[in-house]
Design a protein around this ligand. Structure first.
Ligand SMILES: Nc1ncnc2c1ncn2[C@@H]1O[C@H](COP(=O)(O)OP(=O)(O)OP(=O)(O)O)[C@@H](O)[C@H]1O
Ligand SMILES: [Mg+2]
Length: 239
């Protein structure tokens, strides 16, 4: 895992039908760093993530990883570049077991030994999932399901991990587990883009942050500075 390649978005515009969802968005996630993307409901955060991962069509602008152009490539091609997604709402295969969900994440990896090692790594991050491996995913609590969603993405041995609101609706204990694992994964060299409505969590975990409003990036800077920025505090930290 790991690389120093940066993920960059330049002047990106995405429409749903005739309606622009994001326009002229630029950002960079430096290789080896954690960037946060915060903003209110409907700001365009998921649309940006979906554009990066090939799930919605880019109308104009660029997505590059290590300088290679990725805009409008299909989702499997994006994954082949080592960019994995933990989607909004988890999107688990509910009636399949936890083990099967995790194996789906490793569908590109054909070496059984390698798969077993990746599963071991995931269970080290989330030991609570080990006894749940034979259970149906939809029998798990929300927090456990979120762990499965993160672990499934890790099963592809990504270089870049994109997480879309991984802590929404979770109890504080689970928020802490997910945050700690995101930091750990990053320490292992994985570049992270973390989308969060919980700005406090996002700013504490990340090195650099982008703020979106109405489909545009309106502010960006070091996360530590934003934690003390009066405008950010008022708008996003509820202080
Ligand atoms: N499939 C779709 N078809 C039409 N419009 C959409 C679609 N998905 C999102 N939109 C619109 O695009 C805009 C951006 O939505 P998006 O889901 O990217 O926001 P978000 O920042 O992720 O919000 P949230 O915090 O609620 O997840 C919103 O105005 C939304 O209503
Ligand atoms: Mg969203």
């Amino acid at each position: 895992m790991g690389s120093e390649k940066s993920l960059a978005v330049r002047d990106l515009t995405v429409h749903y039908g005739a309606v622009p969802a994001i326009s002229g968005v630029s950002l960079e996630v430096r290789g080896g760093s954690i960037a946060a993307l915060i903003g209110a409901n409907g700001a365009g955060k998921s649309t940006l993530i979906k554009a990066i991962t090939g799930l919605v069509k880019v109308r104009s602008g660029e997505v590059t990883y290590g300088g290679q152009a990725l805009a409008n490539r299909p989702p499997n091609a994006i994954l082949d570049h080592g960019i994995a997604l933990v989607p909004e709402g988890r999107r688990l295969f509910g009636s399949m077991t936890v083990r099967e969900n995790l194996e789906m994440g490793a569908y590109r990896i054909h070496d059984a030994q390698r798969k077993a090692e990746l599963l071991d790594t995931c269970l080290r991050y989330f030991p609570d999932l080990r006894p749940k491996l034979p259970s149906a995913a939809n029998a798990l609590s929300g927090g456990q399901q979120q762990m499965v969603a993160v672990a499934r993405a890790l099963m592809s041995a990504p270089s870049v991990l994109l997480l879309d609101e991984p802590t929404i609706g979770l109890a504080p204990a689970f928020v802490n587990v997910i945050s700690a694992v995101v930091r750990d994964i990053n320490r292992q060299g994985v570049t992270v883009l973390l989308v969060e409505q919980n700005a406090e969590v996002a700013l504490r975990v990340s090195n650099y942050a982008y703020v979106m409003e109405s489909g545009a990036v309106v502010k960006h800077g070091p996360s530590g500075v934003f934690l003390h920025d009066p405008d950010i505090k008022k708008a996003y930290l509820g202080l």
